[in-house]
Design a protein around this ligand. Sequence first.
Ligand SMILES: Cc1cc2nc3c(=O)[nH]c(=O)nc-3n(C[C@H](O)[C@H](O)[C@H](O)COP(=O)(O)OP(=O)(O)OC[C@H]3O[C@@H](n4cnc5c(N)ncnc54)[C@H](O)[C@@H]3O)c2cc1C
Length: 391
Amino acid sequence: MLGFLLARAGVDVVVLEKHSDFLRDFRGDTIHPSTLELMYELGILDDLLRRPHQEVRELGGQIGNEFVMLADFSHLVTHCKFIALMPQWHFLDFLAEHAGRYPAFHLRMETEANDLIEEDGRIAGVRVKTVDGPQDIRADLIVGADGRHSIVREKAGLHVDELGAPMDVLWFRLSRRAGDGEQTLGRIVRGKMMVMLNRDDYWQCAYLIRKGDFDRIKQTAVAAFCADVVSVAPFLSDRMHELKTWDQVKLLTVRVDRLRQWYCPGLLCIGDAAHAMSPIGGVGINLAIQDAVAAANILASPLSRGTVSLADLQRVQRRRELPTRLTQKVQVFIQDRLIRRILGSNEDIPVPWPVKLLKRYPFLRRIPARIVGVGFRSEHVKPAVTEGRGL
Ligand SMILES: Cc1cc2nc3c(=O)[nH]c(=O)nc-3n(C[C@H](O)[C@H](O)[C@H](O)COP(=O)(O)OP(=O)(O)OC[C@H]3O[C@@H](n4cnc5c(N)ncnc54)[C@H](O)[C@@H]3O)c2cc1C
């Protein structure tokens, strides 16, 4: 996204991706109203919405036997009053396709950054591994947008504060059948919790376990795990035979952390590389996009003049740190107060009082809708990075 916006503003950009495509099934699927608003500002919303997606206008969940509605997006002041569910690889292909129309945009697939080049006390480039062998790529600014296992932030020696997470996620797919319903749903039943993403012909299932428990769970037969899944979502019983071995179940380790300083001379981290997000609320993609927009708004002019200062990089962190901290605070609160409690017991938990309030006073569902759908500080594409402004 940052590469797209900078190239659009006339700044020469090279985007590196270590894989040969964007097809990773563990990326999450949510494109939030605020991200859709940015697509509108960029004039590409209609094209995006022509691609296969589902529109989630309300978010609900099942707690024990009770169905509760948690968020209602219909009152947001955005063009799209829904979350678009689209596998992230389709969204990245879409962005790359539009960015590719600008001559300043260069996407290099199968190019893996594995070290930084330091010269005169600043980062001056990256060392990369390619199919043709190692290469050096030099730039006025290196942006680490390489996710929560960021090699860039590690090599830069930036200090990471760990906020911790009580859970990991088991990620697997099961076929989706006529009559299953459309809803993407969270389910909590007797110490078990699962979220199911509707990907048309299959359900992408995310089953929560206590952190570090996978080795113990894997000692048992996969059938025992299937029985647990059915106890959370009984309608899946007719297709659990599809899950035959543990190889079909991927462990996704959840981490929540934040860099104390997101930059150093010549380098900036954004997205999960600056702040790994918990999957709670499915807001990590949104936050990463908002970071990219803020970075483009602040850095397009100095980059086009070739004079990015440390103060410019500091401005990006200052702009994005508060929304990051607030979002992680909410995620850690839910992890500690709810998820830890659910996974630590075999009993049905009572419906938490905030959820009861949402049930009793439906207008309150606008609050979680705003936090999830738009976030704490929404970014907009500034005129300075608008096409044709002569940067
Ligand atoms: C189990 C789980 C489920 C989640 N579900 C959701 C969800 O539904 N919705 C949501 O909004 N968020 C979700 N999140 C959070 C979300 O995935 C992240 O917050 C978001 O993807 C961060 O985006 P990013 O661009 O910073 O990093 P990433 O999406 O991780 O992208 C980093 C990219 O850099 C590439 N890369 C990595 N290292 C290198 C290298 N050395 N050289 C070149 N390229 C490299 C990677 O291949 C990748 O393409 C989930 C997280 C977890 C753990």
